[in-house]
Each structure stands twice: as C-alpha cells, then as structure tokens.
Write a new protein. Structure first.
Length: 353
C-alpha cells in the first residue's frame, strides 16, 4: 500500500514538472514576444492616436488662424465693426454698408439703404441700420440678414424735426431688444424696440445722454450725462454715485452684467482709476483696477468678458484684470471672445489674446 502511494506521488510530481516545463517552453520559445508585441502595439497605437489628434488640433488651429488672417480691406473703409462670432467684418464705403466673410474673404454690399448708422446685433447674421434720408421727419430702422441677403424695414420712428439723427443703438446680447438714442434739437431721446418689433419711448432723468450701455440680463440701460457724475439705470430708481470730485465716465458692460466705469483726471482727461461691479451692489464694494500709467479712455475696450488697454507705445494689448500682454502691429479695431482684430497694411488680422 505504501509502495503504491509512493509510486502515485512520484508520477504526480513528474507530471507536474513536465506540465510546468512544457508551459515554460511554450511561453518563452513558441510564444516569445507575443505579449510584448501586443503591449507594444497597444502603446504604439495609443501614441499614434495621440499624435494624430495633436496634429489635427494643430492643423485646425492653423486653419482657424488662416480663416481670419490677412483679410483684405478697402483703403476707404470707415466705421469698421466685427460681428460677435468673428465671422464677418463690416464697414462703410461710399455711404454704403459692406461686409466680408472672414473665411472665404468674399464681400458684399447692402443695397437699398444709406449707411447713416449700423451695428451688428446679437444674432451674428443680422445688422441693424438706421437712416433719416432726405431729412424726413422720421427715422427708418432696417434689419439686414447676411445669410439670406435680405433687407426689411423694421420700424419707423416719427419725429418733429428732419434734423434728427440716430447717435447710438445698444443691442441686448441675449434677446432681440434694441435701445435707440436719437438726438433732436440738442435733446437726446431714448426708444426701445422690443421683441415684438414695437417701438416705445423710454423715460430718462437727463435729456443729454453722453454714453449708454445695455445691462444684458436686466434688459436695462445704464447711462449718464457729462453734466453730472451719477449713472442712471432705466426702469428703476437705481443711481450709482462715486465719492470723488473727478469726472466719472462709462466704459461699458460685459456679458456677466459687470459695469465698468473710470475716474478721469479733471486736468488732463487721463484715467486715474477703473471700477467694476454690478448694478445691485454698493459702489463701495466694487472692484478697483489700479492704473499705474496715463491712459486715454479712447484706448480702453470692454469686451464680452474682460477689459483691455491698447498700449500704443509698446505696442501691446493688455488685459487690465491679469496684466497679460499680447504684442501686435497695426491698429486695433475690435476685441471679441479673447481675439483682437488688427488692421495692418490694409489687411485685417486676428490675434489670439
């Protein structure tokens, strides 16, 4: 009995050794390199995929740059304006509104309207334009659809004098609402064009509006007169007053409803301080941006989400909130979505900020 058990154990041990040896031989000789090759292949595939994606991103970035770089513009172009999507560039030439598709570099002219005033709306394909042709006692408001090449009259505002003219149109970036400022006999009147294309007068505290801007989510206008340093807001009793003897100026409002104002030196008109905050916050709680050098208000641009200073001496575009600088050559004509449009040698170039 013991002898049988011993034989069984010996055969079991020999069988185990043989099986283990066969498996080792198969793994190291027959299938040698299979696992490594598969592992290496997976790694190579992943690396190749990553490289391809990076190459595609680089190509796309270069393509995006080419789409808006070196867009030819007329030497006689005036009142250059960039659509919010950066897809179109419009300008006035020979009293007509022209626009360029920045991808194809193709251009068209809007016929049937004299370019007394125009502005891109929140819809990237729509231009709003106004005219008082032949000094009639009314202002005609038109909408032009770029994608459909369609011009339609939207509203007519009847006035007492044929000398009246549209000085500014402020567009809400989120709704089809327009505020139109018309000067008539040295008196400024404000009108609202609502989503039903109905025109209605807007009451203002002052009859001399030196500057105004839409507060996007409120559908209200902040405005002021040069005669006072208070800022008024339509449809409410809110007044913003800063504790200073210097003149305060309105710089603009971004898409987060942040209002930007500046304190101007009464002696040389340079900006000494910049403040920003929201209409319902006490001005004492507003953020302050330190101004360490002389700045002209004409070189400050409030974009959709930031405020920039165009330093013409360097030259560089400076984000005033984080002091990031971007070099450029030429003349800055607009900033949208962290991109600046610059005219350089009769061509418009797009610069990433």
């Amino acid at each position: 009995m013991k002898k049988r058990i011993k034989i069984i154990c010996i055969f079991g041990l020999v069988s185990f050794i043989l099986q283990t040896g066969v498996l080792l031989i198969l793994n190291n000789k027959v299938f040698e390199g299979f696992a490594d090759d598969n592992s290496g292949s997976a790694k190579n595939i992943a690396d190749a995929s990553k490289a391809e994606k990076q190459e595609e991103l680089n190509k796309k970035e270069q393509a995006d740059k080419r789409e808006c770089n070196k867009v030819d513009i007329s030497n006689n172009a005036k009142n250059i304006s960039i659509a919010r999507s950066n897809k179109y560039i419009a300008y006035v030439e020979d009293h007509k509104i022209c626009y360029i598709d920045t991808k194809s570099n193709s251009r068209k002219t809007i016929d049937g309207v004299v370019a007394q005033y125009y502005k891109w709306t929140s819809d990237d394909n729509i231009i709003i334009t106004a005219q008082n042709q032949n000094y009639r006692n009314r202002i005609d408001i038109y909408l032009y659809n770029v994608s459909e090449n369609n011009l339609k009259i939207l509203q007519q505002i009847k006035l007492k004098s044929g000398e009246s003219k549209v000085e500014q149109i402020a567009c809400s970036p989120f709704k089809n609402i327009f505020f139109i400022k018309i000067k008539n006999d040295e008196v400024d009147k404000l009108y609202k064009l609502n989503i039903k294309d109905e025109i209605e007068p807007v009451e203002t505290v002052t009859k001399n509006i030196s500057s105004m801007a839409v507060i996007p989510h409120e559908d209200k206008i902040i405005y002021k007169s040069d005669a006072v340093s208070k800022f008024y807001i339509t449809y409410c009793d809110t007044k913003l007053k800063f504790n200073t003897e210097n003149q305060m100026v309105l710089l603009g409002v971004d898409e987060q409803d942040r209002i930007y104002v500046a304190e101007k030196d009464n002696e040389d008109d340079n900006i000494t301080s910049i403040y920003y905050g929201r209409m319902n916050d006490a001005v004492d709680l507003w953020n302050k941006i330190a101004v360490n050098k002389k700045m002209s208000i004409d070189n400050i641009i409030v974009s959709d989400d930031a405020i920039y200073y165009v330093d013409k001496e360097k030259p560089a575009i400076v984000n005033l909130e984080n002091n990031k600088e971007t070099k450029f050559k030429g003349i800055v004509k607009g900033i949208n979505k962290k991109e600046a449009f610059v005219i350089n040698e009769n061509k418009i170039e797009r610069i990433k900020l």
